[in-house]
Structures are given as structure tokens and as C-alpha cells.
Design a protein around this ligand. Structure first.
Ligand code: PLP
Length: 482
């Protein structure tokens, strides 16, 4: 291993070599068992005599930093890595004044006996063997990285052509999104899609309308770029369009499965929103993050396919249908915006990881993605049914489940007489090992809605009844629930 050693400065040379190697051992850059460079090689590199290096090595050996193995060389001894190396502390340079992300994107890892987490799929359902095979194939000669016509340099900023083709076909079939491969931009999750949209559409000071309660990472993103956020209330029919303030030109919405209440935006509201966009020359971001998992009714047409004037940007992700760690999402924009969005993607990171993109294209094209979604939907449907039955049994008329037909969570509203404060209950429930969230947790201001958000992505089927019963006990302690 090459070790960077600086010879200038005070002390003799052997002493400087000794000190720098000792520091590297103490702070863990050189780990137990790792070889030091041979004295001859280090002397050559530093253009000094081998004797000087040997003096430093003898001292390291005599002080127990290293051990010598005859014929093999000098190795780091046990007991190093006692000090953590850090970048300079307490620097003077501060982020620009407007940089105040209002919402912590860090997700504390909490363990719950009853984990009703929202927005996370069950990793046990991920088709790991199939995926491993597809990724391995891309790592062979002729795969995504080496030995194919595109692998010599950087790829297409809009995403691997095979994946754009597969996505266009897939969303055209299952969601009736109107798009060809050239309309699809592959992104690092939905979050990067929102970032690219913000880069090309938002000027600091602009107003962006966001559902309230709504998805905090999107709110934080737009705020961090200098936008003003206008929270727009939602009801069982989705975003209440008449509450969009006149100054807003950009609206973020989750019509298939409102985040977090779970409501589906009605056809009337969809039409109203498109009329708003057309009359105000506005743009609608349609975040369709988890509607692959459907329960019951035929889905309503997405805003994107109802739009006749090119004012909707459709955003999708594989974070729920596969896994968030893959970091693959996409957007479908009107033709007038696509070149700017592709340029923004190139500026941001050139393009995503081609191994993942090509493996995913094959997963979709080979029908394995659809098979996985069908299988996962059956598992989630069973959990969801069990959850709804348990809620009905435990709470009866004292709560109302917000009608929903897709996704991995449901919203639960309390009757007014219950006088329940969602945030207080969710906090108390989590302290008791029941992982739920509240509508209030996702509101920008005083929430217009009070309730709980209960996910069934990761909770185990056999934990559901017990979890809901215990949730009932918590709620009774903190409200007037009978
Ligand atoms: C409303 C909403 N949109 C989008 C996403 C997906 O984000 P990403 O694709 O960046 O993982 C999530 C994930 O939790 C979400 O809840």
C-alpha cells in the first residue's frame, strides 16, 4: 500500500517517517495486519537512504506499533485505531444564509416490536436471486461496464436506453401514462426527479403549492432552493384545488395515494387541477410513488394521461415496488421540458449507475418485475385486510379509515368526540414499541387533519392484531376513546 509521507518540516527525517506511520496506525488508516511498505521501496519513493527508513521502522517495532515477520516484512501490530481521524474542526466557513433545511432527512433507525412503518417495502419479498443473476450478467464482458459499444465512456444522461424503453412500456401498460422512451428521464429515486424539476422551474421567491399534510422531503427540497411553500389542504377527494393561492405556479401532489392520509384524488378534482394548470399556466408534479400495489377498484387515470396541454410532470420510483436502496426513479415530462431536465441531470451527476439500470430493464422486460409486484401485492393485501379488520374490531365507529385503494399505508382519523391528538398518540405509541406516525408529523403548520398513519409494508402478519390492540391501549390513555 502506498503511504503518503511528507518530509519537510521540523525533526530529522527518520523521526518524521516514524511519527507519520505511528499516527496512521493510531488513527486506524493502517489496520492491524497490514504490511508497511518495504524499506527499500519507501526509501526509493522518498529519495532518501534506506538506513533512515530503517531507523524509523526499528523505532515503530521497538514501541510495539509493528511486528516483523522474517522474510515477509513489517506488519501493523494489534491495538491500533485508538483515535478517530476527523476533518478540521470548528471551521469558519458556514453554509449560505438561505441554506436552512427545515426538516431533518436523516431517518433515525428505531426498532419496534410492532413496526407499522410507512413508505418501506418488505425487503424479504425482494427477488434477490433473480436480481443477483441479472447484476452478475451485467458484470460479465459485454455487460453494462466492459466490452459493449456504450461502455467506453459516460452513458446517456437521460438513463440507459434499455431502461427508458422498459419503463415507457411498463407505465404505458399498467398506468396508461402516455410516453415513449425519449420522454423518460431515469433519476436517482423520485427525490432527484424533484430536484431536477426544481432546478429548471423554480426561481428563489417562487411559491410552490404542496399538499398539507404532505411529503416533508419535497417541501424541504423546494425550501432549500429558496421557494416559498404554500400548504394546500386535502380531503377524501385529494388536494382542494380552490385553496391553491393565486401566486403559485407549481403544485406537488400525490393523487393515487395521498401522502400521508391515503386518499385518492377524485376524477372531478383531477379535472379541476388540470383546469387550474391550464388557466394559470401552471405545472403539476404528479408523484405516483406507491400505486403499483392496488387493492380493489380499477385505478383512475393519472393526471399525466388526462393532461391535454403538457402541464404535468409524472414522477415514479422503484423505492416501494423494489427497494429504496436501489435509488432508481424516473420522470416523464412534456416535450418542452425534457431537454432542460436531461441537462440538469447531466450537471448533477452525469447519469446513474448503468449496472443497476440495465439489470432493472431486464427485470421488467423479462416479466419478473410484474411477477414480483403481483406476489408482493398478495402479501400486502393480506396484511392490509388483517389491519383493517383489527382496526374495525378495536375502534368501531370511534375512528374512520380514510378510503384508499393503493399503496403501503392507511390513514386513520378519530371522531371529534375522541379528542385525540395524533402526534401525542404516535409519540406515546412509539415509546411503547408500536411504530406508527401521525398526520401532524407530516404537516408544515398546525395540521388541518388529525390522525394516524399506519403502514403494512414491513409489519408481520401475525403481529398485526396484537399491535392494533396495544395501540388501542395507548390511545385510550391519551384521549376520550371509549
Ligand atoms: C410521497 C413519496 N414520494 C416519493 C417517495 C420515494 O422517494 P425516493 O424514490 O426518492 O426513494 C416516497 C418515499 O417514501 C414518498 O413517501
Amino acid at each position: 500500500m502506498d503511504v503518503h509521507i511528507t518530509l519537510g518540516g521540523p525533526g530529522d527525517r527518520a523521526d518524521r517517517i516514524y511519527r507519520q506511520l505511528a499516527d496512521a496506525i493510531v488513527d486506524g488508516r493502517l489496520r492491524e495486519g497490514e504490511p508497511l511498505p518495504p524499506t527499500r521501496e519507501l526509501a526509493r519513493q522518498l529519495e532518501i537512504s534506506r538506513t533512515t527508513v530503517s531507523v524509523a521502522y526499528d523505532r515503530l517495532l521497538s514501541e510495539g506499533y509493528t511486528v516483523a515477520r522474517v522474510g515477509a516484512g513489517t506488519f501493523v501490530a494489534a491495538g491500533g485505531a485508538r483515535v478517530r481521524r476527523r476533518a478540521p474542526r470548528g471551521g469558519e466557513v458556514q453554509p449560505r444564509a438561505a441554506w436552512r433545511p427545515p426538516f431533518s432527512m436523516e431517518q433515525p433507525h428505531e426498532e419496534f416490536a410492532y413496526d407499522f412503518a410507512i413508505g418501506v417495502p418488505d425487503p424479504a419479498l425482494f427477488p434477490l436471486d433473480v436480481w443477483r443473476g441479472l447484476v452478475s450478467r451485467e458484470l460479465m464482458p459485454g455487460g453494462a461496464l466492459v466490452g459493449n459499444a456504450d461502455s467506453a465512456g459516460y452513458g446517456d444522461a437521460a438513463g440507459d436506453p434499455s431502461l427508458r424503453e422498459a419503463i415507457a412500456r411498463h407505465i404505458g401498460l399498467v398506468r396508461s401514462v402516455t410516453a415513449g422512451p425519449e420522454d423518460v428521464v431515469v433519476t436517482s429515486g423520485a427525490q432527484q426527479a424533484f430536484d431536477l424539476i426544481a432546478r429548471v422551474l423554480v426561481t428563489p421567491g417562487d411559491t410552490v403549492a404542496i399538499e398539507e399534510p404532505g411529503y416533508p422531503p419535497v417541501r424541504a427540497l423546494f425550501e432549500s432552493l429558496g421557494a416559498r411553500i404554500a400548504p394546500v389542504p386535502v380531503d377524501d377527494n385529494g388536494i382542494i384545488v380552490r385553496h391553491i393561492p393565486p401566486r403559485a405556479r407549481l403544485v406537488y401532489t400525490t393523487p393515487s395515494h395521498q401522502f400521508p392520509t391515503g386518499a385518492r384524488t377524485s376524477l372531478e378534482r383531477r379535472a379541476e387541477l388540470l383546469e387550474w394548470a391550464s388557466a394559470r399556466k401552471g405545472v403539476v408534479i404528479e408523484d405516483d410513488y406507491d400505486s403499483e400495489f392496488r387493492f380493489g377498484d380499477r385505478p383512475l387515470d393519472p393526471l399525466q394521461s388526462l393532461d391535454r396541454t403538457g402541464r404535468v410532470i409524472y414522477v415514479g420510483t422503484f423505492s416501494k415496488s423494489l427497494l429504496p436502496g436501489l435509488r432508481v426513479g424516473f420522470l416523464v415530462a412534456p416535450e418542452s421540458l425534457t431537454p432542460a431536465l436531461v441537462a440538469a441531470k447531466r450537471l448533477s451527476d452525469w447519469h446513474g449507475d448503468t449496472v443497476t439500470q440495465r439489470a432493472l430493464a431486464r427485470l421488467i422486460d423479462g416479466g419478473m418485475f410484474a411477477a414480483h409486484v403481483r406476489r408482493a401485492t398478495r402479501v400486502y393485501a393480506a396484511r392490509r385486510d388483517r389491519l383493517l379488520e383489527a382496526i374495525d374490531r378495536e375502534f368501531g365507529d370511534a375512528v374512520r379509515v380514510v378510503p384508499s385503494v393503493a399503496g403501503l399505508h392507511v390513514g386513520l382519523e378519530f371522531a371529534p368526540v375522541v379528542q385525540a391528538d395524533g402526534r401525542r398518540i404516535a409519540d406515546a405509541a412509539r415509546a411503547d414499541g408500536i411504530g406508527v406516525r401521525s398526520f401532524e408529523d407530516f404537516a408544515a403548520g398546525p395540521s388541518p387533519r388529525r390522525g394516524l398513519v399506519i403502514g403494512y409494508g414491513v409489519v408481520q402478519f401475525e403481529h398485526i392484531d396484537d399491535g392494533v390492540r396495544r395501540l388501542g391501549q395507548v390511545i385510550r390513555r391519551h384521549s376520550h376513546l371509549p
